[in-house]
Design a protein around this ligand. Sequence first.
Ligand code: SF4
Length: 122
Amino acid sequence: MKKTIICTVCPNGCEVVAEYTSKDDVKLSGNRCKRGIEYCINECFDPKRTFTSSVAIKGAARRRMPVRTTAPIPKAQLFACAETLRGVTLEAPVACGQVVIPNVLGSGADLVACMSLDKKED
Ligand code: SF4
């Protein structure tokens, strides 16, 4: 197989071409350094992304709380992760970094709040 990947490890954004038959037989070209090798191999066989979104929050000055995973999760789980958030509503106060869903979808990453929101004074 052949795949073109933009390496996002550094701002150079090298366009890397990967030709492979298996994980043990990968030929890369276009990478300017060795740091992109692991990233490109993962992109071929196990692509991952940090998930970012927002969830509802009650009792705060805002109605949505931005959230993200503490580590990249499998790209194939991104839609399922978004679905998981549909029924979630937080209650203020919430601290930045507070775990919203531990080990989301068994990925090993927690879903955490990205900001602190105090309880709104009435
Ligand atoms: S291959 Fe190396 S130089 Fe190119 S984007 Fe990736 S990390 Fe940067």
